[in-house]
Design a binder for this molecule. Structure first.
Ligand SMILES: [Zn+2]
Length: 73
């Protein structure tokens, strides 16, 4: 994986970089209209300060964790 730095200088692994699930169009429909929690298409690693994406992951374990989180509560 290429080591990318965001606009304000953060990198993968920094506290400012957050994991955000990204859904497909169908995923958004399920989420907003049907109230279901679809499995994310991939995980984006995004800086919460400048919103720049510094990486992506399609690790099934990571995706499962993201889709399970909202149903576990
Ligand atoms: Zn940034």
């Amino acid at each position: 994986m290429r080591d990318r730095t965001c606009h304000c200088g953060h990198r993968l692994g920094d506290a400012a970089i957050q994991e955000e699930p990204e859904y497909t169009t169908w995923g958004w429909i399920m989420l907003s209209m049907l109230g279901m929690t679809p499995r994310p298409h991939h995980i984006s690693f995004r800086c919460f300060l400048c919103r720049m994406e510094v990486g992506q992951s399609r690790d099934p374990k990571l995706l499962a964790r993201r889709s399970a989180r909202s149903t576990a509560a």
